[in-house]
Design a protein around this ligand. Sequence first.
Ligand SMILES: [Cu+2]
Length: 117
Amino acid sequence: MLLMNVMGLGLIGLIIWWFWLYKPATTVVDNTSFIVTVDNGVYEPAYIKLTAHQPVTLCFIRKDASPCAEMVLFPDLEISETLPLNKPAEIKLPPLKSGEYSFHCQMQMYRGVLIVV
Ligand SMILES: [Cu+2]
């Protein structure tokens, strides 16, 4: 019983952290669309939490003119996409099994992770 309460509190804490405190890093349009900006050498957010077995759309907005930022690759998903500058580029992801899927630019200088739970 105590353990359950502790777990429950932990879960609540995690939810609060994720939805309120962590907000600047995750832009959730709805449950199935996420905006990722590419700027200053980073993906923002770099960690994207997704629900398993649910198709999602990632909308990449590239503000970084560096040629390095031009491509985004999801090697595990065999997805690669060219990102136009200052124009949203939608990448539709298939339903994913839980796990971690990294994504990065061609030279792997920009890095991010999809965390599917
Ligand atoms: Cu690069």
